[in-house]
Design a protein around this ligand. Structure first.
Ligand SMILES: [Fe+2]
Length: 472
C-alpha cells in the first residue's frame, strides 16, 4: 500500500518518521556497539621455544655482545639508552656511534652491572646513554671489542611537535613461545612499519620456571634483539617482572628487570623506574606502575598529580597512558584487578582528556567505548560506567602469546562499554596522522600481515573532542 500525504501534515509526519528513524538507528548503533568476535581458532597454547632454537642463538665469537636493546634515553627523543650483555667477562662498556650524514665518530662510556638470583649469576649487563642526537636521523652504533664487534642502527624520532606523523607498535605479555615468535614476526612484517614499540608489561615469563630460571631472561633478550636493537621498546613493568620469591630468599622485587631494562625516569622527575613519561614526536606517553604503590601520598601518586598538568597538548596533542593491569576488562581473567587504580586515577584521566590507555595482563584483545565511572561517592549509587567524551579509549593488548595461553573465558553478557573483544594472539599499531586523527589497528596472528582484525579512528580529545565512537 502506498500513502500519499501532502502539505503541512505531510512535512510534520515526515519529521516524525525522520525522528523515529534516527531513534531506531541510534538504538541500533548502541545495541551493535558491543561485539564479541566469532573468529574461531584452535585452542592456542604453545610451549616455550627450546634454548637451542635459532631465535635464541648467541652471536658467534668469544664474549660477543648479546641481548642488545634500546629505549628512549631522555624526555624528548634526542637520547637513547643502549643495553647489552657480555656473557664471559666485562669487555668494553663503550658505544661507538655515528650519524649516517657524518663521518664524525663519537664514543660514549656506559656502566656495567650484574646480579645473582638464587643459583643464577648474570652476565655483565651494560647500559650506555647517548645524548644530544639530531632528530629524525639514522645512527649506527657498534658494541664490543676486537674482532667480535657488532653494529646496529636506529632512527631518532622527529622533533616533538603537534603535526608530525608517527607510528607506534603495541605488544604485551610476550613471553618466548612459538606464538610469541609469531607475534613479533607479524609486528616486524606489518606494512605500517612501527617506529617504536610500546610494551605494556610481562616480558620473559622466566618466573614460570622453578627458581625463576633466569636463563629465560637471557634467552628472551636474545629473542627480541632482532627488533629491540633497532627501535626503542618503551617499557612498562608487569607482574611477571616482580620476581619476588621469599621461598628461595629472593625478596628484592623487580631485581632482574631493573638490572636489565633501564628507562629514563629521572628525565621526568620520577623517583623510580616504574613510572615515568617521555615525549616522542606528537605523543606524550605516561607509563604507570600497577605493582608499585599508587594510593594517596605515595611517590607515584604525587608524581602523576604533578605530571598531568605539564602536558601541553599544543606541543604533544596525543596523551597516551601505558599500564599493565587493565581498568576496563570483561574477561574472567584478572577480573577487577585494575579496579583500585581506576578508582584512584580515573577522574584525572577524564579531567586531562587522556586519548587512549593501553594495558596488558589479560591474554586477549579488548577495546572499550569512551566511558567513565567517576560519579560514585559511596552514598549516591552512581556506580555504572557511562558514555563520556572526555574519557580515554581503553585497549587491552596482552595477547603477545606467552606460555600461559589465551584468556578465552568472557563475562556474559558483554558489557555495553566493551566495543570489541576477541581471544586471539596479536599486536596493535597506533598510527598518528596529525593533531586530530590517529588510526588504531589490531592484527591477529592468524591473518596475513596487512589484515586489520579491528580498527578505530581516534579523534584527539583536545583538538577534536567530538564523538569518535562510531568512526571507522
Ligand atoms: Fe600480567
Amino acid at each position: 500500500m502506498r500513502l500519499r500525504i501532502s502539505g503541512k501534515m505531510g512535512s510534520d509526519l515526515g519529521m516524525v518518521v525522520l525522528v523515529l528513524g534516527l531513534l531506531v538507528l541510534n538504538v541500533a548503533v548502541i545495541s551493535n556497539a558491543a561485539k564479541t568476535s566469532t573468529f574461531t581458532r584452535k585452542d592456542e597454547k604453545s610451549g616455550d621455544m627450546p634454548f637451542d632454537s635459532d631465535v635464541f642463538r648467541p652471536p658467534p665469537g668469544h664474549n660477543a655482545p648479546q641481548q642488545v636493546h634500546i629505549t628512549q634515553g631522555d624526555h624528548v627523543g634526542k637520547g637513547v639508552i643502549i643495553s647489552w650483555v657480555t656473557p664471559m667477562e666485562t669487555g668494553s662498556n663503550s658505544v661507538v656511534y655515528w650519524s649516517e650524514n657524518s663521518k664524525h665518530v663519537h664514543k660514549a662510556k656506559g656502566i656495567v652491572t650484574m646480579y645473582t638470583y638464587y643459583n643464577y649469576t648474570s652476565g655483565y649487563i651494560h647500559h650506555c646513554t647517548i645524548n644530544n642526537l639530531e632528530f629524525d636521523t639514522k645512527y649506527y652504533y657498534t658494541l664490543g671489542k676486537g674482532k667480535y664487534t657488532r653494529t646496529f642502527w636506529f632512527v631518532t624520532p622527529p622533533e616533538v611537535g603537534p603535526d608530525v606523523p608517527y607510528t607506534f607498535g603495541l605488544i604485551g605479555d610476550l613471553g618466548q613461545t612459538f606464538d610469541s615468535n609469531r607475534t613479533l614476526t607479524h609486528y616486524e612484517k606489518n606494512p605500517l612499519k612501527g617506529k617504536a614499540l610500546l610494551f605494556v608489561g610481562d616480558l620473559s615469563y622466566a618466573d614460570h620456571y622453578e627458581f625463576h630460571d633466569n636463563r629465560r631472561w637471557d634467552s628472551w633478550g636474545r629473542f627480541i634483539e632482532r627488533s629491540a636493537a633497532y627501535q626503542p621498546w618503551i617499557w612498562t613493568a608487569g607482574n611477571h617482572e616482580i620476581d619476588f620469591a621469599p621461598e628461595i630468599n629472593e625478596t628484592e622485587p623487580f631485581k632482574p628487570y631493573t638490572h636489565r631494562y633501564h628507562v629514563p625516569y629521572k628525565a621526568s622527575q620520577s623517583t623510580a623506574p616504574f613510572w615515568y613519561s617521555i615525549k616522542r614526536g606528537p605523543a606524550y606517553i605516561i607509563v604507570l606502575a600497577s605493582y608499585s604503590a599508587y594510593g594517596k601520598y605515595t611517590p607515584q601518586y604525587e608524581w602523576l598529580l604533578n605530571e598531568l598538568p605539564k602536558v601541553n597538548r599544543s606541543e604533544t596533542p596525543w596523551l597516551i597512558v601505558l599500564l599493565h593491569s587493565p581498568w576496563y576488562n570483561s574477561y574472567n581473567y584478572h577480573y577487577m584487578e585494575g579496579e583500585t587504580m581506576r578508582v584512584m586515577y580515573e577522574s584525572w584521566f577524564v579531567q586531562y582528556k587522556v586519548d587512549v590507555v593501553f594495558a596488558g595482563h589479560v591474554h586477549a584483545y579488548e577495546r572499550s567505548e569512551r566511558v567513565s565511572n567517576v560519579a560514585y561517592n559511596i552514598t549516591n549509587e552512581l556506580c555504572k560506567p557511562v558514555k563520556d567524551l572526555s574519557a580515554p579509549v581503553y585497549i587491552t593488548i596482552g595477547d603477545g602469546g606467552n606460555i600461559e595461553g589465551l584468556a578465552n573465558n568472557m563475562t556474559e553478557p558483554q558489557p555495553s562499554y566493551s566495543a570489541y573483544r576477541e581471544a586471539s594472539f596479536g599486536h596493535g599499531m597506533f598510527d598518528i596522522k596529525n593533531r586530530t586523527h590517529a588510526h588504531f589497528t589490531w592484527h591477529r596472528n592468524q591473518d596475513a600481515y596487512a589484515v586489520q582484525a579491528d580498527s578505530m579512528w581516534l579523534h584527539n580529545r583536545y583538538w577534536k573532542p567530538d564523538d569518535d565512537s562510531s568512526a571507522s
